[in-house]
Design a protein. Structure first.
Length: 573
């Protein structure tokens, strides 16, 4: 047994003396483990010849206090791994990328890449993350740490390099400038029809990173943002973007929505890093539920689109019951694109509408881009519904509909989904947007938390954020930072994912609680009755050029107003 003061004893006194004389480094490692607060470490050690597998465990005894037991067994390196490959594997697990490994070991990049390729093949892993997790699990790590420096303090073996003569607490963290930054990679549309939303997400991410770095980063490590532009409609472009982030060896991936979802989730799962996406997609959530092994590191940080139809019916029921709006025929019209995620007239929605006494005047489909909105307004006039649910996620497309409708309106309420959250929408729709309703399953609250975020965003960027993706991107960074801070090694992707599942984080867009079989944020009030555990399905109305929350309580900012195009007076409750 090794005591914190350096004394070594055991039943076999001769063995203890031999350990003290011949292997002083192991005694130092045991003392460092005691002072680090860690419970156990395993590694391979080669001092003057054969390889030994070493395990050091903390043991607490009432009579002797806390000691460390050191176990050695002479073994060959497993899996056919060579000594140099063990060096490379240790540095991979420590979070170093190929150039850093080459610099540390005095190897060329091509040589390092060859070692990495051989390691993945020998270990039966497809990604560096998988190899890192396997190395940590099986003690496939080397001490002394290979090459120069001792900056692997994210690993327990790195902490053991701190010698027992140094102050036991705190164990010093190297300056952030000397350590590899934590990399968040984002796949974003920075051109094309969703460009404004991509910019919202990039800016929200940057604000969170700047604030965290100003406070010292995560355990002394800065966060940096790696952005790869993509065409969200093109599978090849999306796949190439994820491959670029894999090559950059990012520590986590975030994304906006893409309209080739399978390509995104397959690419992310192949790499293995935690993937936080804001696609309100039941399709994505089902993939996680059905194959938790493959998609265990994929998190949908917003509820899925199935709640939009339910929320539409619920809002109409409540609004008509309040007397603030009186429908003439109790009829509704659905206008949606052929994209799977925008189709809200599901059997569940139609059944709910029928049970509430609403007649479906029709389900009309339009092109996702370059829709003929004048023709759609003709459909509105022919069917004459009391309310219209329009689901087109591209802001300029929805603005085109609203301008066409406002030029030749009916008495119908217009209720849209998500698109008005992007600032571009109001800029394009102008006065035609006044009075229209819209909803989002992930929106930035108007409470003090959301307001303060908006003020900080405006101070930095010269304008206020939209009501959805700037906030959700900001929250994603804080989710990752909390998860990273709670694990020994941010490159241990499995442990980071475990922490993300366990988190209950109240952000500017509500609460993130994703410890469920879909690994998805919960919708309030549909998936949880507790608003402190979910993200509220917000219904907003454009009033005097501003988005104001009109439902649900307790988030209401203003009362519903009849739109200016409706000629009928509202009937008070």
């Amino acid at each position: 047994m090794v005591h914190a003061n350096g004394r070594v004893d055991e039943v076999d006194g001769a063995a203890a003396g031999r350990l003290a004389r011949e292997s002083p480094d192991l005694i130092e490692y045991a003392i460092a483990l005691l002072r680090s607060g860690r419970g156990r470490v395993a590694f391979f050690w080669n001092e003057r010849g054969p390889w030994f597998r070493v395990t050091i465990e903390r043991i607490s005894r009432a009579d002797e206090g806390t000691t460390a037991a050191v176990y050695l067994s002479q073994e060959s390196l497993p899996h056919g791994v060579t000594p140099r490959e063990l060096d490379v594997l240790t540095l991979i697990a420590g979070g170093l990328n190929n150039p850093e490994i080459g610099d540390r070991l005095g190897l060329g990049l091509r040589t390092v890449a060859t070692h990495v390729e051989h390691l993945l093949m020998k270990l039966g892993q497809r990604t560096r993350a998988g190899a890192s997790a396997m190395a940590a699990d099986q003690g496939l790590l080397r001490l002394p740490t290979p090459g120069r420096g001792d900056d692997l303090s994210g690993l327990t073996v790195g902490l053991l390099e701190r010698r027992s003569g140094e102050p036991p607490t705190p164990i010093a963290t190297p300056p952030a400038t000397a350590r590899r930054p934590l990399l968040i990679g984002s796949v974003l549309p920075l051109t094309g029809p969703a460009r404004s939303d991509g910019l919202e997400m990039r800016t929200g991410t940057a604000l969170a990173i700047d604030e965290i770095n100003a406070r010292g980063g995560v355990a002394g490590r800065r966060i940096e943002h790696v952005v790869v532009p993509t065409d969200i409609f093109d599978p090849k472009s999306v796949r190439a973007a994820f491959e670029a982030l894999t090559d950059a060896e990012v520590d986590a991936i975030t994304s906006l929505y893409v309209f080739c979802e399978d390509t995104a989730i397959d690419s992310a799962s192949d790499y293995g890093a935690p993937f936080l996406h804001a696609m309100a997609s039941e399709h994505m959530a089902q993939h996680t539920r059905e194959d938790p092994g493959r998609f265990s590191r994929m998190f949908q940080v917003c509820p899925s689109e199935v709640h939009y139809g339910r929320g539409f019916v619920r809002f109409l029921d409540d609004l008509s019951a309040s007397g603030a709006w009186r429908p003439r025929h109790r009829s509704v019209l659905f206008i949606e694109t052929l994209l799977e995620s925008s189709q809200m007239a599901t059997p569940d929605t139609l059944e709910r509408a029928e049970r509430s006494g609403w007649r479906v005047a029709g389900v009309h489909h339009v092109a996702a881009q370059a829709a003929r909105w004048d023709d759609v307004v003709d459909v509105v006039h022919r069917t004459d519904p009391d309310a219209i649910l329009v689901t087109d996620f591209i802001p300029h497309e929805l603005a085109g509909f609203q301008r066409a409708f406002a030029a030749d309106p009916t008495e119908a309420l217009v209720y849209a989904v998500y698109s008005p959250s992007v600032p571009e929408f109001l800029e394009l729709a102008g006065e035609a947007a006044e009075g229209m309703l819209w909803s989002t399953v992930t929106g930035t609250y108007g409470d003090p938390v959301g307001q303060e975020f908006g003020h900080r965003y405006a101070r930095v960027n010269g304008r206020r954020p939209g009501r959805s993706h700037a906030g959700i991107a900001y929250d994603e960074v804080h989710l990752l930072a909390q998860a990273w801070a709670a694990v020994d090694n941010p490159r241990d992707f499995r442990s980071v994912a475990d922490r993300l599942r366990a988190l209950r984080y109240r952000g500017v867009n509500g609460t993130y609680a994703m410890d469920n079989e879909h690994q998805i944020a919960l919708a309030y009030p549909d998936a949880t009755n507790d608003p402190s555990l979910g993200q509220a399905h917000l219904v907003l109305q454009v009033q005097q050029g501003e988005h104001r929350i009109v439902d649900p309580k307790p988030y209401v900012e203003a009362a519903f107003r009849n739109p200016p195009w409706r000629r009928r007076e509202s009937i008070p409750a």
